[in-house]
Ligand binder design. Structure first.
Ligand code: 13P
Length: 251
């Protein structure tokens, strides 16, 4: 269902105590604000249990940052969708550009992960986005289209309704260089048009499309004011409770 969503991707940051403090602070501050926004906190795996336990009694959901493309078995170092589901994890980021870059994830592998998550009742937060040279050579629409077609378009109209899409231009991630509201809206509208073409308007209008890439309390309002921008996937600014809360209340 289309909703305003703000998800924090902590990436590989914080020690156990810092993580414990941050998630508790977020929970406390969320209790003090009135918001319709769906809030998701995605810590590293070792901190998922404390996050999901707290999420049960708070106004946010717990999400993972990655999932294995395999089912349970002899895959050392991996974590399956079944395991996440057994810990009441509701969301999981897949296809982040850092996983594509450093762990060589392909559209096909990401497609498998999306299916595994959906089979376990977990909503994938599917990331897509172009690199700087792809935008400069005006290939950004084609790149995002290929990512979406190859990783999501095997799903049925019913299945895709459980997917959240995050457009994260790689040149904006961790660089302090944000897409303008107009650039985000242009790509988000394009993504929604692809969804309309494949699944029809009724379905495409129900899917939340988030923006990610140097989103902060200063630029969140301008980004979220656009009609096809349904929220954000936040990296650096999600590590500071005040900044994260300011973004959550930027609609
Ligand atoms: P930053 O907000 O740090 O640019 O990271 C964005 C991101 O990659 C979220 O997944």
């Amino acid at each position: 269902m289309r909703r305003n969503i703000v998800a924090g991707n902590w990436k590989m940051n914080l020690g156990f105590e810092e993580a414990d403090d941050l998630v508790n602070l977020i929970a406390e501050k969320l209790d003090e604000v009135e918001t319709e926004t769906t809030v998701i906190v995605c810590p590293p795996y070792p901190y998922l249990e404390l996050t999901s336990d707290l999420a049960q009694e708070s106004n946010f959901f717990a999400g993972a940052q990655n999932v294995s493309s395999f089912d349970n078995g002899a895959y050392t170092g991996e974590v399956s969708a079944q395991m996440l589901a057994s810990m009441n994890i509701d969301y999981c980021i897949v296809g982040h550009s850092e996983r594509r870059k450093y762990f060589h994830e392909t559209n096909q592998e990401i497609s498998t992960k999306v299916v595994k998550l959906l089979e376990s009742g977990i909503s994938p937060i599917f990331c897509c986005g172009e690199a700087l040279e792809e935008r400069e050579s005006e290939k950004h629409f084609d790149v995002v289209k290929t990512q979406i077609v190859e990783s999501l378009f095997n799903l049925t109209g019913e299945e895709i309704l459980d997917v959240i899409i995050a457009y994260e231009p790689v040149w904006a991630i961790g660089t302090g260089k944000t897409a303008t509201g107009a650039q985000a809206q242009e790509m988000h509208a394009y993504i929604r048009s692809l969804l309309t073409e494949k699944y029809g308007k009724e379905v495409s209008e129900e899917i939340s499309i988030l923006y990610g890439g140097s989103c902060n309390p200063k630029n969140a309002k301008e980004l979220f004011a656009n009609k096809d921008v349904d929220g954000g996937l936040i990296g650096g600014a999600s590590l500071k409770a005040d900044d994260f809360l300011a973004i959550i209340t930027s609609f």
